[in-house]
Design a protein around this ligand. Structure first.
Ligand SMILES: [Zn+2]
Length: 424
């Protein structure tokens, strides 16, 4: 009897792990779901576009359900037959940022978007949720996925790849894919050298350097007809692969790509969790959005590496900007709502943030004692505004990279948490 009980316990342990769940519901490849995200400052709508099969699955086979709470949006997959939640991920988008600028009060706009998931074995329902103004997820769209449909595109452009760091199987590692923007056909060696610069810079910062064996970094080569991204403010328009552009939302240094689907087309040539675009320019600027993509100048004269690290913090776990000003956004962090970002608080629900890391007797708000003070506190100003949003350190890599080159303990702890989640 005892022996049978032991076998039962072992079997239960196996079937309760995500890996068995993965094998029950998914194939080891990717289903990509493309759609259009449209609306204005007060509403958003999802419109179906297409599905594609992609060859690699770079994500965890254990962390199937997203329990981080990060992101303004979330998609959830349910097995159609038994209605079980089998996969979910939070994310943010460029459309979501656009909703907070003045233009969105006057017109409607559509942005191409895309999410990826392990390829389902059976019919599956996908649901998309957006946070409302109170920060609560509301279901906006659903679609029944038939994984055997002949409308799922299985053909794609094949592009060459190369490894920069290989630490092990993609499901157990954080996989970063580096893709080029505005490099011409004769600039492959330049792109490879820039990928190496990214890699070298990445592992000089904590906590990435202590976790080097938990990352894979790969490059995909996809040349452009002309060199460098668009600079509308200088009337520069180049024929490039991803059509990256400065002056996004009218902000000179905000270099972004509007068509995320084009970015996925290139990235699909390698297993990946996160896409970072190296832009062939020396002009300061870039941007990154949680679980979407990151991009920045590959040849900034002095701060190329620091910009990569700051932007990757947005991409990897949605760390908020700890600085004041510098954006066109309205009510990016609404009063009365605790932001989901790990390193910002409105004090609405500070218990869920870094309260338990503070030294006893820390004043809230904490007065600034000196520049770059390493005293953990609750400093007013962050998330682009000087009142009502608070940050953990006077200065951190998510604040002013010009004067500091370390993350505050709150950001470091959150980064470690995401590394561990992705490597299960
Ligand atoms: Zn920080």
């Amino acid at each position: 009897m005892m022996k049978h009980l032991c076998i039962l316990i072992v079997l239960l342990a196996y079937f309760s792990t995500g890996k068995a769940q993965f094998e029950k519901y998914f194939f080891d490849k990717t289903l990509r779901f493309d759609y259009y995200h449209c609306g204005n400052s007060t509403e958003d709508h999802y419109y179906y576009d297409k599905m594609m099969e992609e060859p690699f699955w770079g994500g965890s086979k254990v962390s199937l359900i997203d329990n981080t709470g990060y992101g303004n949006y979330e998609f959830r997959l349910y097995d159609l037959e038994n209605n079980e939640l089998i996969y979910s991920r939070g994310f943010c988008t460029l459309f979501g940022e656009w909703q907070t600028i003045d233009e969105a009060k006057t017109i409607d706009k559509c942005f191409p978007e895309s999410v990826v998931m392990p390829y389902p074995r059976n019919k599956t329902r996908i649901e998309f949720l957006s946070r409302n103004k109170k920060g609560i997820f509301e279901k906006k769209f659903e679609y029944i996925i038939d994984p055997e449909s002949y409308f799922i595109k299985r053909d794609r452009e094949k592009l060459p790849t190369f490894d920069l760091v290989y630490s092990g199987a993609p499901d157990k590692k954080v996989d970063i894919v580096l893709i080029p923007e505005g490099y011409t056909a004769d600039q492959l060696e330049l792109f490879k050298a820039d990928c190496q610069t990214f890699t070298d810079a990445f592992f000089t910062y904590s906590p990435y350097k202590e976790n080097k064996n938990k990352f894979n970094i790969r490059g995909v080569w996809a040349p452009s007809l002309e060199a460098g991204p668009d600079i509308p403010g200088e009337h520069i328009w180049n024929k490039t692969r991803l059509e990256a552009s400065y002056y996004t939302f009218g902000s000179e240094r905000y270099q972004m790509i509007t068509d995320f689907q084009k970015v996925r087309d290139v990235a699909a040539n390698a297993p990946y969790d996160y896409i970072y675009v190296l832009s062939n320019t020396a002009k300061y600027g870039g941007g990154a959005i949680y679980n979407f993509y990151g991009i920045s100048a590959a040849h900034h004269e002095s701060e190329t590496g620091k910009i990569y690290i700051h932007e990757f913090g947005h991409l990897f776990l949605g760390l908020g900007d700890e600085y004041v000003g510098g954006s066109e956004y309205n009510d990016f962090y609404p009063v009365g709502v605790e932001p989901w970002e790990a390193n910002l608080t409105t004090l609405v629900d500070f218990d869920k943030k870094w309260k338990n890391m503070l030294a006893p007797g820390t004043k809230i708000p904490t007065p600034v004692d000196k520049p770059n003070s390493e005293k953990l506190g609750v400093y007013e100003g962050g998330g682009y505004v000087d009142k009502g949003v608070y940050r953990p350190w006077v200065n951190c890599m998510m604040n002013n990279i010009h004067t500091i080159d370390i993350f505050c303990p709150v950001c470091q702890k959150a980064i470690q948490g995401m590394i561990d989640f992705q490597c299960k």
